[in-house]
Ligand binder design. Structure first.
Ligand code: FAD
Length: 388
């Protein structure tokens, strides 16, 4: 937890802090600044105060000996008996990081039947599989999973810990980070080892996707990040790989869970698009909802799935599950045909792993052309009519 501290001895009541506060968290009482719950600890007031009367106190657990922390860990999510694809994708990037750090890649599985998945995880790059096979872990028991991961981290001291940014991963990762008092960077699009410091460089879109921020966690361990499905590439599985399997017995007893899972249902989303080899992506240039019929007919003819840009979801042309981009799905098709999409940075964030992009746009300066292998300056509706 952070705390904004105001030193009443130093504060002169000049008001520079209240003027510069974007969240309205500061006000004056008896010529001394006071803070309310709106404070987001951005630090602007600390910089604005000419009298050094404001400071931010962080309750961080600074690790004195960061060298005691080693190895790259990937949390393996099991969905109704299957390894979530994002976990295998994390092993892909995890293997690269482990190679650069010259350490081991460890897949962590919290599942009663975890041993069943070990060979697949090893084939996808894990050097070691760490299993906790407690019965209660077969369902999405978030607080118990967080406790066990905290227990494992305390004993094994991993340097890096990665989670898929699935619904469960997004809930579990912050619980673990809070428990072990470290940082967490959500929705990373690039992970790399800094050549000089050896720190994990965690890059993600910031300020509405208008810039890419690279975040490091120098003082706390493990360095934790989540990555959305489809962002990283899996390693080609090598069934001949050999790795160690180790069973972990928690030292922390199971308490009363705050959550009771009554039933688990896998939501059937249209995420045919995340695994699609051919994708037709439609943007506002399609002109009207009636033209979506042409799109679907064309897609069917070439055996492709249909995805859309965000405005089309907002306008009700397609469900959210078909949106690609920063706030939608990340896709990696072999062929992507982009129809009437401008290519905003937030849109490109979801399609940059497509192997071949054919873009059709009436504007020859459209940014989508910058990442396209084939550029067609034309009316996409007229082109569709010629095909269907
Ligand atoms: C925080 C945040 C998150 C966002 N997340 C996403 C996201 O996940 N996904 C996403 O897509 N967007 C996202 N956006 C929105 C994004 O910034 C763009 O506004 C959006 O991608 C634009 O969609 P578009 O290209 O379909 O529409 P437009 O930008 O309106 O572009 C339409 C294009 O069609 C072309 N055109 C017009 N008529 C024709 C025609 N007849 N034939 C061919 N071309 C034609 C035009 O030249 C133009 O280039 C996000 C924005 C923010 C701020």
């Amino acid at each position: 937890m952070a705390e904004l501290r105001i030193d009443p001895q130093r504060c002169r009541g000049c008001g520079l802090c209240t003027e510069g506060c974007a969240t309205g968290a500061l006000s004056m009482a008896d010529k001394v600044a006071v803070v309310n719950d709106n404070c987001v600890f951005c630090g602007v007031c600390v910089q604005n105060c000419p009298f050094e009367a404001i400071s931010i106190a962080q309750d961080r657990q600074i690790v004195n000996d960061v060298t005691a922390y080693q190895n790259v860990w990937v949390f393996t999510q099991i969905n109704q008996g299957e390894i979530a694809p994002v976990s295998l994708e994390l092993l892909g990037i995890g293997a690269t990081l482990a190679q650069e750090k010259r350490c081991q890649l460890v897949a962590v599985v919290l599942e009663e039947t975890g041993a069943d998945y070990a060979q697949t995880l090893i084939a996808h790059g894990a050097d070691r599989v760490l299993l906790c096979q407690e019965a209660a872990l077969t369902v999405y028991n978030q607080d118990r999973c967080a406790t066990i991961l905290g227990d494992m981290i305390g004993q094994y001291k991993p340097e890096i810990l990665l989670f898929g940014a699935t619904g469960f991963g997004r809930a579990l990762a912050p619980s673990v980070a809070a428990l072990v008092k470290t940082g967490l960077t959500a929705d990373c699009t690039v992970l790399a080892v800094d050549g000089e410091t050896g720190l994990l460089r965690q890059t993600r879109p910031a300020f509405g996707g208008n810039l890419m921020a690279t975040i490091v966690c120098p003082d706390c361990r493990p360095q934790m990040a989540t990555v959305r499905p489809g962002v990283m590439a899996k390693c080609a599985p090598d069934t001949a790989r050999v790795g160690a399997v180790e069973v972990f017995v928690p030292t922390v007893a199971a308490g009363v869970s705050k959550v009771t899972v009554l039933e688990t249902t896998l939501r059937q989303t249209a995420n045919a698009i995340t695994g699609a080899e051919k994708l037709v992506v439609v943007g506002r240039g399609i002109g009207g909802k009636k033209n979506m019929k042409l799109v679907y007919e064309f897609a069917e003819k070439i055996g492709a799935q249909v995805a859309v840009s965000r405005p089309l979801v907002d306008m009700g042309y397609a469900p959210y599950a078909q949106q690609v981009g920063q706030t939608g799905c990340t896709v990696a098709p072999k062929l992507l045909i982009s129809l009437g999409v401008s290519g905003a940075i937030q849109h490109k964030a979801g399609i940059s792993r497509a192997e071949q992009i054919i873009a059709i746009n009436t504007d020859e300066e459209a940014p989508i052309f910058a990442i396209s292998q084939y550029k067609i300056v034309a009316d996409c509706v007229e082109i569709l009519k010629g095909f269907v």
